[in-house]
Ligand binder design. Structure first.
Ligand SMILES: O=C(CO)COP(=O)(O)O
Length: 162
């Protein structure tokens, strides 16, 4: 499964602890994150994460693009409900797309626990049916030379993808 992590600054520690607690489970999935969140998780675990840009610089929108292609299976987004974010519209757009595409999303630890235990039990295996019926998806597609050039231009750290 393709799992993405995002946390606002006041929630990053909580998400890092969550990732540590479920490290063994997450190891067998393809992981994605916004820039700073992904870096912090990698610094504190042995998980390998494909990092997009930082949230305020477009990372939420990049994750939104994954969802629009039906490439994301689970979003764990510990958002801060007490602090206004400069990129609030990007955050709303990301969460909206989860509803448009029916993507399981947890915005707090209590829900994340439930979803991750569901992931562990195979409750999200229906997502495999969706992937199987997609002509191309982000985890099984072969990178063409055009892809490579585009990715290099965008400076995405492709070596971090599992
Ligand atoms: O702002 C964010 C999500 O809206 C998170 O971005 P970072 O992980 O780069 O801090």
């Amino acid at each position: 499964m393709n799992v993405a992590f995002v946390a606002h600054d006041q929630k990053k520690k909580e998400l890092v602890n969550f990732a540590i607690a479920y490290q063994n489970l997450f190891q067998s999935h393809h992981l994605f994150a916004t820039g700073t969140t992904g870096q912090l998780i990698m610094d504190n675990t042995s998980l390998s994460i494909f990092r997009f840009k930082s949230g305020p610089l477009g990372g939420d929108q990049q994750l939104g693009a994954m969802i629009a292609q039906n490439d994301l299976d689970l979003l764990i987004f510990f958002r801060d409900p007490l602090v206004a974010q400069a990129h609030e519209s990007d955050i709303s757009a990301l969460l909206r797309l989860c509803d448009v595409y029916g993507i399981p999303v947890a915005t707090n630890m209590a829900t994340a626990e439930l979803l991750v235990r569901g992931l562990q039990r195979g409750d999200l295996d229906w997502r495999d049916v969706i992937h199987a019926n997609q002509p191309v998806n982000i985890t099984n597609r072969k990178e063409t030379s055009a892809d490579k050039r585009k990715n290099e231009e965008a400076s995405l750290p492709l070596e971090n993808i599992k």
